[in-house]
Design a protein around this ligand. Structure first.
Ligand code: ADP
Ligand code: MG
Length: 598
């Protein structure tokens, strides 16, 4: 129990204590201090930034830059509270630098032992200012190159409570790596190097901003090797808002959302808007809870976004969030539609990787057939010329046939395997198609097109359905009543509840209350009726699933070719309605490598 203490007199906090309290917000943990110091280096025009940490950043953080430096007579001011050289606009509208609050250095100096060494071009030597417990000592001459070196030791030495809440040294170190990688993504023109406990964690050179203003080397570093060749370019512009970036193919996905980066006016930000936009754009392209990969860079006029809403500047607020969301969703959707037939090459690569160890196992030590079978789907026929695995209209496998008129990217059908897969030969190699998955997507997209052309068919309910909702849920649904009507759902106010008079015929007898609640949540979060779309599309998807070729049916070569041609002209045909890939391509070169022919 907390007991009410007797009233004490109001008094001003000593500056050092006030700084230590304020520091809690700005430097939550070592990674936050690194972020502030690196942002200062970028603001100073650095082209090379080196960061060293020890003990997860608690023992040491050192940030060295080759920027403009701090004049000797300003060193002491730099560590004072609310002292900044950056704020030109007192209305806080035009903020062209990453920093502007004048809080980072004093905050860091309040909770760690800080040494600031800097040299400007007009000074023959560097000056060093040491601050301990918030009190600066007079600057002393020191060795040092042009630019600034900030050293912070024993972070939180005087805030034991904060220290206790830190995670393990390793975890804090990883958070520093993340922060620095995100800044590196946003600033391709700057070279970065990070050393953790004396070992280099990563380095990237300064890169030209050619590729959509994103450096390929750092993209590879942050997003993984597969990303560049399995992503599609996103570009859009409207009303001075410009979006560029790369969106991963749906089949290149992860089970977490950590590889979704948004950079707003060169600031890496955490943003619900981006996550929501990605969710909408990839809605029926991903398998279960898989998450897409994306790096998006949004540049907009300074007065269209407020960066001063978060102490660590990790979030921003858009003046017209709806317009920004619309632009991002629209651009992502059209990009994905254009690239929808592609399957990530990493899928084929993964299949190949799985084959190799098995092949070498054969070479070194014989393994049981059953074991080989399990690991290697393309088992060679064992005895008999009509093995259970390859069928070509029930005939034997033909010898190599020249490919005279390879018709499209998916090539010419050659055979059917396990009654479930079509093998086709292309100019580059072979393609293996999961015919059920492919056909499901074809039927589904067809149904969706019908839906869009004719609008959603509504069905009047014999007994209108009264649904009780929380007031905010009810309000957001009624606000979007017009939109919902177009999607087949007619909702009206009914006392404290709402009444549903008509519902999409496609949804059949599905209960409406859960749909309405999901809808209210989607609308509140994303501004789009995702649940209804999802509900309708799920209904379509179920129909498509029943209406499509079941595995187990044998196709003629003509039917197989027809399937391939339709896939080539169908949106999103790279993945089925559940997000599984519909086909895998294996390059001839890779196949030959399997047999040591290259
Ligand atoms: P802010 O970045 O919001 O201005 P800081 O407390 O981070 O506040 O920094 C205070 C000032 O110190 C900056 O405005 C800048 O003039 C100077 N400064 C800090 N770090 C550097 C650096 N690495 N290079 C040059 N100047 C710096
Ligand atoms: Mg700063």
């Amino acid at each position: 129990m907390i007991e009410a203490a007797g009233r004490a007199t109001i008094r001003r906090l000593p500056e050092a204590l006030a700084n230590r309290i304020a520091a809690g917000e700005v430097v939550e943990r070592p990674a936050a201090a690194v972020k502030e110091l690196v942002e200062n280096a970028i603001d100073a025009g650095a082209s090379r930034i080196e960061v060293r940490i020890e003990g997860g950043g608690v023992d040491l953080i050192q940030v060295e830059d080759d920027g403009g430096g701090i004049p000797g007579d300003e060193l002491a001011v730099a560590v004072e509270r609310h002292a900044t050289s950056k704020l030109k606009d007192e209305r806080l509208v035009v903020i062209e630098t990453l920093g502007f609050r004048g809080e980072a250095l004093p905050a860091i100096a309040a909770v760690g032992r800080l040494a600031l060494t800097s040299r400007t071009p007009s000074c023959p030597h560097a000056l060093c200012l040491a601050v301990e417990g918030g009190r600066p000592a007079p600057p002393r001459p020191a060795p040092g190159a042009l630019g600034t070196r900030v050293e912070v030791r024993d972070l939180f030495f005087n805030v034991p409570a904060r220290r206790k809440f830190l995670k393990s040294t390793r975890r804090e170190g990883e958070l520093v790596v993340d922060v620095l990688k995100r800044l590196a993504l946003a600033w391709p023109g700057v070279a970065f190097r990070l050393e953790v406990d004396g070992r280099e964690a990563f380095r990237v050179p300064a890169e030209s901003e050619a590729l959509l203003g994103l450096g390929p080397e750092r993209l590879r570093l942050v997003m993984g090797r597969d990303f560049l060749e399995n992503a599609a370019e996103v570009e859009a512009e409207r009303d001075g808002v410009r979006l560029v970036g790369l969106a991963g193919l749906p089949t290149l996905s992860r089970n977490h959302g950590r590889l979704q980066h948004l950079i707003v006016n060169r600031r890496p930000v955490e943003d619900r808007l981006l996550r929501a936009a990605l969710r909408v754009a990839y809605a029926d392209l991903l398998f279960h809870d898989r998450q897409p990969l994306a790096v998006l860079r949004l540049d907009l006029p300074f007065d269209a976004v407020d960066v001063n809403v978060h102490p660590a500047k990790a979030e921003v607020r858009f003046k017209d969030a709806g317009a920004v969301r619309g632009l991002v969703v629209g651009a992502l959707k059209s990009t994905l539609a254009r690239h929808g037939h592609r399957v990530a090459t990493s899928v084929g690569g993964a299949a190949l990787a799985r084959m190799r160890p098995n092949v070498s196992a054969h070479a070194s030590a014989p393994v049981g057939l059953a074991e080989a079978d399990a690991a290697f789907a393309f088992q060679a026929p064992v005895g008999g010329d009509e093995g259970p695995w390859v069928r070509l209209d029930g005939a034997a496998v033909p010898g190599p046939v020249p490919v005279p008129g390879v018709e499209g990217p998916l090539g010419t059908a050659r055979a059917q395997l396990f009654d479930a897969y079509v093998v086709s030969e292309t100019g580059r190699g072979l393609v293996l198609v999961d015919m059920h998955a492919a056909h499901e997507r074809i039927v589904y997209e067809g149904l969706k097109a019908e839906l869009e052309a004719g609008g959603v068919r509504r069905q009047a309910l014999l007994i209108p359905d009264v649904v009780e909702l929380e007031p905010p849920e009810r309000a957001v649904l009624l606000d979007h009543a017009g939109e919902l009507r177009r999607l087949g759902l007619v909702v009206e106010p009914f006392g404290d509840a709402v009444v549903v008079r008509e519902a999409p015929a496609l949804l059949g007898q599905a209960p409406l209350a859960p749909l309405l609640r999901d809808l209210a949540e989607d609308l509140a979060e994303t501004g789009e009726a995702l649940a209804l779309e999802r509900g309708l599309f799920a209904a379509l998807s179920r129909m498509a699933c029943h209406g499509s070729i079941r595995s187990g049916r044998r196709l003629t070569l003509g039917e197989m070719d027809a399937l391939l041609r339709r896939m080539e002209t169908t949106l999103y045909s790279g993945q089925c309605n559940h997000g599984r890939p519909t086909h895998v391509a294996l390059d001839r070169a890779d196949i030959e490598r399997l047999f040591d022919r290259r």
